[in-house]
Design a protein around this ligand. Structure first.
Ligand SMILES: Cc1cc2nc3c(=O)[nH]c(=O)nc-3n(C[C@H](O)[C@H](O)[C@H](O)COP(=O)(O)OP(=O)(O)OC[C@H]3O[C@@H](n4cnc5c(N)ncnc54)[C@H](O)[C@@H]3O)c2cc1C
Ligand code: HEM
Length: 398
């Protein structure tokens, strides 16, 4: 809870800090990585640093948190904190790292705002920082305790038992832990972090949604190759496509993620685009394994039928559910698939059941459009859940 003495100081300085927060975040990462280059090499995503997305996510979350505290000093924005904490837990972030981050963040605030930072202001922002940090540490330790991994082990070596080229750009890997115990269970929609050794000695980490139902002895992930063009090609997806073979061992985290199917009877809407179909496959596989009778509307948009990863599997799973319908949209080649539509997905045109819960995954502009359609159709915002395959720039805004 924000104290009475700090609230007016935060209110008076929020706009100045908010206006400078992008620059502060950039300075913060510069300082952090100057002192600890190993964090950029082996923990943070170098691509997201280069394109500035992680700076935006950090800055946005702190500004949103401070704004929420001013509206309600007792506020605990659980959805936002949960999203960050799940990501942190999948990376093995430890409580003692928060002091390191605090030190560099406050040094960066000093660099950018200079003499404008009074002792009173520094104390008030320190309080905001620790309210957020302690809330994150608490959620993260709950997640670590709930995970089945003994002694806080972050990485579990897992052998690739199958590699399948799903489309020209996507490949799936089936993974079996090498310690002889089955893969942990998870909730459909969750992801794991995967750490790979790159040619320059760095070990970079990325998240991949589990694309099959929980409960099996092995996991499966499906990886899209992020090809180069105007921007460099993706480091980890390219490495996995080029180098990862059956018999190789990858470091894999425990499953985490706050986009997770909630069991129940109510109608479901699963909306995905491109590689965003992976968490939905796990949900569908789980529903089919349960023989779920609930109404399920599945919407998937893709570039073309040939680019649509796991198309046959998706058709089979929807076909196995007694009360499910599939709506496909393709930018090209829709005429080759019976029932598919051409162009961009139009969820607003569907006859949606009352009381549905929606799960969305795909590029941000796609999800923004779908979410807008759903809200206009009367679906309450609390019933719309989403996953972003990158730093969540929607945090605190959705
Ligand atoms: C919860 C979650 C689940 C996910 N699930 C899946 C999944 O199931 N399947 C899947 O394929 N992916 C998934 N992802 C995405 C995945 O984690 C990776 O982000 C993706 O594979 C790209 O990683 P990369 O290392 O190949 O690209 P990166 O190296 O991380 O590059 C990312 C982007 O940054 C750009 N970039 C890099 N350097 C620069 C530069 N100097 N200037 C400008 N731009 C630059 C690249 O061009 C690229 O577009 C998921 C992500 C999250 C967060
Ligand atoms: C109050 C303190 C902190 C805040 C507000 C914060 C905020 C965030 C946010 C908003 C994200 C993006 C989450 C997403 O979109 O999924 C993130 C990711 C991340 N955080 Fe934190 N964080 C904090 C502390 C820490 C600490 C102590 C560490 C450890 C050094 C850390 C390491 C990371 C890493 C490695 C990522 C993923 C980066 C990437 O993949 O590009 N964070 N954090």
């Amino acid at each position: 809870m924000l104290s009475e003495q700090s609230a007016p100081v935060i209110r008076a300085t929020l706009s100045a800090v908010g206006a400078a927060i992008g620059e502060i975040a950039e300075r913060f990462y510069g300082r952090l990585f100057d002192e600890h280059p190993e964090l950029l090499r082996d923990l943070f995503n170098r691509g997201n640093q280069a394109n500035g997305e992680q700076q935006k996510a950090l800055a946005g979350s702190i500004a949103a948190f401070a704004g929420m505290l001013l509206e309600d000093p007792t506020a605990r924005p659980d959805a936002m904190l949960g999203r960050i904490a799940h990501k942190h837990a999948s990376l093995g972030i430890a409580p003692d790292q928060y002091e390191l981050v605090r030190r560099h963040l406050f040094a960066a605030i000093g660099d950018v705002l200079g003499d404008a930072v009074t002792a009173e202001m520094a104390a008030a922002w320190d309080e905001v920082y620790w309210l957020m940090a302690n809330a994150l540490i608490a959620v993260e330790s709950r997640l670590y305790r709930a995970s089945e991994r003994a002694g806080g082990q972050a990485w579990r070596p897992s052998e690739i038992t199958e590699r399948r080229e799903e489309t020209a750009d996507t490949v799936s890997f089936t993974l079996r832990p090498t310690d002889g115990r089955p893969a942990e269970s998870f909730r459909p929609g969750q992801y794991v972090s995967v750490r790979v050794p790159l040619a320059d000695g760095a070990r970079q980490i990325r998240q991949y949604s589990l694309s099959r139902a929980p409960g099996g002895p092995q996991w499966r992930i499906t990886v899209k190759h992020v090809r180069g063009g105007a921007a460099p090609e993706g480091e980890v997806s390219s490495w996995l496509h080029r180098h990862a073979r059956v018999g190789d061992v990858l470091d894999v985290s425990a499953p985490f993620g706050d986009l997770a199917l909630v069991d129940g009877e109510g109608p479901l809407l699963l909306v995905s685009a491109g590689i965003g179909g992976t968490p939905m496959l796990s949900m569908l596989d789980h529903l089919a394994a349960q023989g779920a009778g609930r109404a399920v509307t599945v919407v998937h948009a893709d570039r073309s039928p040939a680019a649509h990863a796991h198309r046959e599997e998706q058709l089979r799973l929807v076909g196995a559910l007694p009360n499910a319908a599939l709506h496909l949209w393709y930018e090209e080649g829709a005429e080759r698939v019976p029932g598919a539509s051409a162009g961009r997905a139009d969820v607003g045109a569907l006859d949606l059941p009352e009381g549905l819960t929606a799960y969305l995954c795909g590029p941000l502009p796609f999800m923004r459009a779908v979410r807008g359609d759903l809200l206009r159709a009367g679906v309450p915002a609390r019933s719309v859940h989403y996953e972003v395959f990158g730093p969540d720039l929607w945090l605190g805004h959705a």
